[in-house]
Design a protein around this ligand. Structure first.
Ligand code: AMP
Length: 205
């Protein structure tokens, strides 16, 4: 199955995408995570992306489109994939249609008021990419034992910028995919387990 997760920063896309990908045995492709790795390794792409990411802006379309095009050509994507954080603009969605398809777009919806709280309490493992929240009580990464840190773009100024960017450039994708008849809306508010059940139901799994 070819799935895309859509939603505001802090909606819980990544957490849900990670678990659904494991349940369906398909890869989770997070452009944010691929970019963070490139920054850590200081590759040319990472150096180009760094200032955009840290300020909460979007990385230019051509850079992320190329990343996804290359990634989807790999063998493990043959039976399906979950795109997490791509596309994020209408031009990215139009480009995707030229080289891949989607069966379903899941919009994870949350109330705006809780987003800032979620993002400012979020912690990230740079070693394996796992994400958690201070309220969940993990002292070190539950997946690999690595140190948990705060992402630079989870600082208050970047959060405000990312929310504005979402409204302006990414939210129009809701209508784009609704018109194509493949959009499903799920709640990102309740317990994770309930959220996962809801997603499996809308996917017909
Ligand atoms: P995420 O991990 O999905 O929250 O992404 C973190 C950051 O990576 C975003 O705020 C953007 O700066 C950048 N990024 C990730 N995916 C994309 C995309 N599809 N288009 C442009 N920038 C992206």
């Amino acid at each position: 199955m070819k799935i895309m997760f859509l939603g505001a920063p802090g909606a819980g896309k990544g957490t849900r995408a990670e678990k659904i990908a494991a349940a369906l045995n398909i890869p989770q492709i997070s452009t944010g995570e691929i970019l963070r790795r490139a920054i850590k390794e200081q590759t040319p792409m990472g150096l180009k992306a760094q200032s955009y990411i840290e300020s909460g802006a979007l990385v230019p379309d051509d850079v992320v489109i190329e990343i996804v095009k290359e990634r989807l050509a790999e063998a493990d994507c043959a039976n399906g994939y979950i795109l997490d954080g791509f596309p994020r603009t209408i031009p990215q969605a139009e480009a995707l249609e030229q080289f891949a398809s989607l069966d379903c777009v899941i919009e994870v919806r949350v109330a705006k008021e809780i987003i800032v709280d979620r993002l400012s309490g979020r912690r990230y493992c740079p070693k394996c990419g796992h994400t958690t929240h201070i309220e969940w009580g993990e002292k070190v990464c539950a997946v690999c034992g690595g140190e948990l840190i705060q992402r630079k773009d989870d600082a208050p100024e970047s959060i405000r910028q990312r929310l504005a960017v979402y409204e302006e450039q990414t939210a129009p994708l809701i209508d784009f995919y609704h018109k194509k008849g493949i959009l499903k809306v799920v709640s990102g508010m309740g317990k994770i387990e309930d959220g996962l059940k809801e997603i499996m139901q809308v996917l017909g799994c």
